[in-house]
Ligand binder design. Structure first.
Ligand code: GLU
Length: 418
């Protein structure tokens, strides 16, 4: 299948102007101050090269859906993505093969087991794409398991997520390749289950390379927000994956992203996230911020101790839990005015099913109001219509017409027809 990036200028450099004077910087500084003193945790050393890192390093970055960038601490320090690469390669596999095909090869259930668990379900599939076994299978699915070009394709798409050319840390890659025999064993296990495509060593090598891509917390925050807003990188304007694929990746992150702490994470943080053993955490608050944190010491589930603490505070103090409900649904009705027999309704924002339900119930009141014979609906301030909203709205216009009310829709930007 043609990837959406084909034919476009790939990997436009993201322009990352920092919002230095913003009070949002104060929020991140406060969080950094609160977690800096925490000294628990151990730096991962099972990949020997990872052990050479300063355990006190800390950086955090957040990017808004409009592409505003906030960062404190060592926000330009490079580290390797490790498992944080997994949701992005999963997104790429889903984009190429479709959701059902990918899940013929890998499950979608939280395993409740560590990242390197020897796990196959009753159908011979690793339990999910966020544990190593499932991630190696997912990598094998990209590019139909073809030799050679696959990693370059993965690197290119992950770079588009970041809005910057990402490079492999060759030393970490070598270190992982020399010692990663358990991952090879997981690859052979999946081959025996009939779900890994192509030669195991090639899939494992490409997996090691994707884990060895170097990033900063800024890169993670840009990658995270690109998923959070539905697949378009807000800094470069590139569509990297479809809105639906982005949603699938967020779903898998929310159920399986934090190793065997996914349930606890959902309870206390509630932001789809993925951690990696180098000490990074990427968190994508749906429709809101993308966040990247880096602090190498890990807890016994393999998650960054200070990273978890920082995201717990961020979620709790700044309303980022995805199940936080607004006290009232946002109203799509910007204003309503009547002059003579004409009612003028101006709508605003994104019209989804919930918003459309509010609009049609307001319009339906006109049918019982004999003073109003004409309704004009203005969509100038509307940013988009979902398919469900479109159907509901069209049905209500038919109802009004049947009741003898004239309707006119002003849609200068053509949002109603996509
Ligand atoms: N490359 C690491 C491994 O496969 C990734 C593990 C992780 O970050 O969880 O062991």
């Amino acid at each position: 299948m043609d990837h959406p990036l084909n034919g476009h200028s790939r990997n436009a450099e993201a322009h990352r102007a920092m919002e230095d004077d913003s009070p949002v910087m104060g929020v991140l500084e406060k969080i950094q101050a609160e977690v800096t003193g925490m000294s628990d945790g151990e730096v991962a050393d099972y990949i020997p090269e990872l052990a050479h890192v300063d355990p006190d390093t800390f950086g955090i970055a957040a990017v808004s859906p409009h592409g505003r960038v906030y960062a404190v601490g060592e926000s330009e320090r490079l580290f390797t993505m490790q498992s944080i690469s997994k949701p992005f390669v999963y997104a790429l596999a889903v984009e190429e093969r479709g959701l059902d095909d990918v899940h013929e090869h890998v499950g979608a259930e939280p395993s409740g087991e560590p990242f390197n668990a020897i796990s196959l379900d009753e159908r011979g599939r690793p339990e999910n794409p966020m544990i190593n076994a499932g991630a190696i299978v997912t990598t094998s699915l990209v590019g139909a398991g073809e030799q050679g070009a696959r990693f370059e394709h993965i690197r290119s798409v992950l770079s588009a997520f970041a809005g910057r050319e990402l490079m492999v840390d060759e030393q970490v890659h070598r270190s992982e390749s020399e010692t990663g025999h358990r991952n090879r064993a997981l690859g052979y296990l999946s081959l025996s289950g009939g779900v890994l495509v192509g030669p195991v060593e090639e899939a494992v090598q490409d997996y090691f390379r994707q884990c060895s891509l170097s990033v900063t917390v800024m890169d993670l925050a840009v990658m995270a927000v690109t998923l959070a807003v539905g697949g378009v990188n807000p800094l470069t304007g590139e569509r990297v994956v479809s809105q639906r694929t982005a949603r699938h990746a967020l779903s898998i992150m929310s159920s399986c992203g934090m190793y065997d702490r996914a349930g606890e994470w959902g309870l206390r943080v509630g932001i789809p996230a993925k951690s990696g053993v180098s000490g990074g955490i990427l968190a994508s608050a749906p429709g809101a911020f993308g966040v990247g944190v880096f602090s190498p010491p890990l807890d016994d589930a393999g998650n960054s101790v200070r990273g978890v603490a920082a995201l717990e505070r961020l979620s709790d103090d700044y309303d980022l839990h995805m199940l936080q409900t607004p006290s009232e649904p946002p109203s799509p009705v910007h204003s309503v005015s009547r002059s003579g027999g004409t009612l003028d309704v101006r709508l605003c924002g994104e019209i989804d099913f919930l918003a459309a339900e509010q609009v049609v119930s307001r319009l339906a009141e006109v049918i019982d109001d004999s003073r109003v014979r004409t309704v004009t609906v203005e969509l100038e301030k509307v940013s988009g219509f979902s398919d469900a909203a479109r159907t509901l709205f069209a049905a209500e216009l038919d109802e009004l017409a049947e009741a003898g009310v004239d309707t006119a829709v002003s849609d200068p930007r053509g949002v109603r027809h996509g």
